[in-house]
Ligand binder design. Sequence first.
Ligand SMILES: *Cc1c(COP(=O)(O)O)cnc(C)c1O
Length: 365
Amino acid sequence: MKRVINFNAGPAAIPMEVLQRAQEEMLDWNGTGMSVMEVSHRSKEYEAMHNEAQDLFRTLAGMGPEWKILFLTGGASSQFFMIPMNYLFGERKATYLVTGHWSKAAIKEAKRFGPLDVITTENPDGTFTRIPKQGEIKIDPASTYVHITSNNTIFGSQWHYWPDVGKVPLVCDMSSDIFSRPFPADKFSFIYAGAQKNLGPSGVTVVAIREDFYNLAQEQAKLSTMLSYRTYAENNSLYNTPPCFSIYILNLTLKWLLNTIGGLDNMVKINSEKARILYSAIDASDGFYRGPVEKDSRSQMNVVFRLKTPEMEETFVKEAKAAGIVGVKGHRSTGGIRFSIYNANLVESAKTAAGFMEEFSRKYR
Ligand SMILES: *Cc1c(COP(=O)(O)O)cnc(C)c1O
């Protein structure tokens, strides 16, 4: 068996310890004589694991009992329409801060439900290379919510401060950097994340809603049952069959983060070190590698850079793979190279990758 250095953007690397635990428990989970995939979601064993995953999430996020932690399906993409469907009705409007591909996808859906104020950092050529400054952000206090994307997975930028949005509730798509660093939960009213980048496998989306904002949601009876947050909140995300296996791996991943890593204060140190190593390799390459993102907006999760030509980038991808480093090709919409260095990749992976970059640049300069 040979494990590679996995820089896939999502689904992405999962900690070895989590995979091994799942392997050990595959045939007989928790003394049930079955795998977790074969157990009823109404059983006490399942429900205890499901509730524990919510508690672990709450602990890591520093969220009190005023937060509802929900498990949904349909990916983070389904939240792009579910949020406005549940919150934009009557005379309501919302504000969207657009900083990349996924926030653009979010406004496309939200526009169907109500008027939006849009603040964007899109460049004339359709790329995104920065996060807006506080001075550029004017929020109409009449907005029902402000939506931001904390990390731009495709363009490789990330918010390094949390915008002041006055009293307007802040909604955040944290899909690609959740639990990569501590964050002040009380600044937010709604946080969501597809699990397949930093939390485990695809199949489950975690939605956290604070009580006061939850109370502003549309009545259950006005929406399709499965599209109302109230259905999930009132039934502990067990109205219908949840993605049990994904929630189980989520549970193990959160335990790894809490117990093996030691929580978010330790995680951010590891992540900052990885990002420092890789951006140094870009900046020290004398222009051989070019990072398009403005330095103060660079992502600590998705390190994006270009080489001189698309052909050279293709060679880079091929030789990286031969060196045991996979998943480095940029998104199909942007090209270039992208190293997704989510939580499960530790400092050693970044060191190996930086060594590879240096060798490659020496060979082809
Ligand atoms: C990957 C990603 C999405 C889309 O997630 P799906 O689960 O595939 O729908 C949305 N937002 C961000 C920030 C992402 O990184």
